[in-house]
Design a binder for this molecule. Structure first.
Ligand code: MG
Length: 396
């Protein structure tokens, strides 16, 4: 059966959250910008009015002000954005339990087999978009395809409020003419390499000899060729329950970075989110870990033991030290993450089923539960549900 995968990407998420609670920002150029106490003032999220002035994420505040003197700056409120993100995911989980959150503002949904329940892929997408607008006053773009890579590529085609279908049969026309930089996962450094090799479009990668790509980029080169041909069999992996023994956040960066100070800004933001959640749950962790993913997709994780803490400052301090020890100016970074956990390394993960049920509207829970169980069983076998149930009982 052909899979149906969505990538739902919230448009200008942070500033849109701000506009949803402060309507006076609407229609005016505005941006969420970093707290000057911690950093040199970086634009974190401009709204679409600000983007008309060419204001972009990671631009310095004073540069942005030069482009648009009337720009309204709003300090970040990560607790609020995390809350809104949970609300978004809650709405998405009405459509399928198989959701993989890719970042605070986007997620893949596997809707295979859901069309009988909810209509054609486009109808489902329109429904999701409308629901997010009506209930949360937030905009999104949705990419639709039969795999995660093409769904992500499709979601990028039209912003804001775009619904774009790109199926494998469309890639020749819709994907191959695009410059390599527009391929999901390709950063500046890889772009440079590819261009030096005479590969300018995604179609060039698709047609390039596999051995040549392997020589230049290793396994990643082969992966690129596969993706450029629209081949991606990776499953939408329903996120494991965040057991209370571990809290983590990561972020794929808007562009690859090589500057340590810039990386620290991002790490601070993430540490703040981890700290907030840890304090909400009154959970003190003893291990701080960081994740660094380089532009070639190589990923390292490093950890450090600390005195039990839930303080942002302590979490950040340990993370910063690890980052400094492992930083390499020559290796551009595309994703950073930080986590706080207890020393118990419980590798057991379960599906996010009960979270999904909890978020369902009252009265619809039984219906959601049974649909969700069927869907998960179909995909992962009977065992999964049993394990989750046993765990749940033990928790009670
Ligand atoms: Mg996004």
């Amino acid at each position: 059966m052909k899979r149906i995968i969505f990538l739902v990407d919230m448009n200008a998420f942070f500033i849109s959250c701000e506009m949803s609670r402060n309507k006076s920002l609407k229609g005016k150029p505005a941006a969420v910008a970093g707290d000057p106490k911690y950093r040199s003032g970086i634009i974190l999220a401009p709204n679409y009015e600000a983007r008309k002035y060419n204001i972009k994420t990671t631009m310095l505040v004073h540069e942005a002000k030069k482009l648009c003197p009337d720009l309204i700056l709003v300090p970040p409120d990560h607790k609020f954005y995390s809350q809104k993100s949970r609300e978004v995911m809650g709405i998405l989980s009405r459509y399928t339990p198989v959701i993989q959150q890719n970042s605070i503002d986007e997620a893949w949904l596997d809707l295979t087999g859901c069309t009988l329940l909810f209509g054609s892929p486009r109808e489902i997408a329109e429904n999701i978009m409308k629901t997010l607008m009506v209930e949360l006053d937030l905009w999104c773009s949705i990419g639709i395809s039969e795999n995660k890579f093409l769904a992500k590529m499709a979601s990028e085609r039209k912003k804001p409020l775009g619904i774009t279908e790109i199926w494998v049969s469309d890639i020749k026309e819709k994907i191959w003419p695009l410059p390599v930089r527009e391929m999901y996962g390709i950063g500046k450094q890889t772009e440079k390499k590819l261009v030096e090799m005479g590969l300018f479009t995604i179609g060039d990668i698709a047609a390039c000899d596999q051995n040549i790509l392997y020589e230049a980029l290793g396994k990643y080169g082969i992966e690129l060729k596969r993706l450029a041909n629209g081949i991606d069999t990776s499953p939408v992996e329903a996120s494991p329950v965040q057991d209370s023994k571990s809290i983590s956040r990561s972020e794929t960066l808007a562009r690859d970075i090589t500057d340590l100070e810039e990386a620290k800004v991002v790490l601070m933001e993430l540490a703040e989110e981890v700290g907030i959640q840890a304090r909400e749950q009154n959970f003190k962790g003893k291990t701080v870990s960081i994740t660094i993913r380089y532009s070639d997709f190589k990923t390292v994780t490093r950890q450090k033991t600390v005195k039990p803490t839930f303080l942002t400052k302590e979490i950040y301090k340990a993370g910063e030290k690890l980052l400094e020890e492992n930083w390499n100016d020559k290796k551009p970074v595309r994703l950073l993450g930080i986590g706080l956990s207890s020393n118990i390394t419980d590798k057991f993960t379960q599906l996010n089923l009960f979270d999904i049920i909890e978020s369902a509207p009252e009265g619809k829970k039984q219906e959601k539960l049974e649909l969700a169980m069927d869907s998960i069983r179909k995909r992962f076998g009977m065992d999964v549900i049993k394990r989750a149930k046993i765990l749940k009982d033990n928790d009670d």
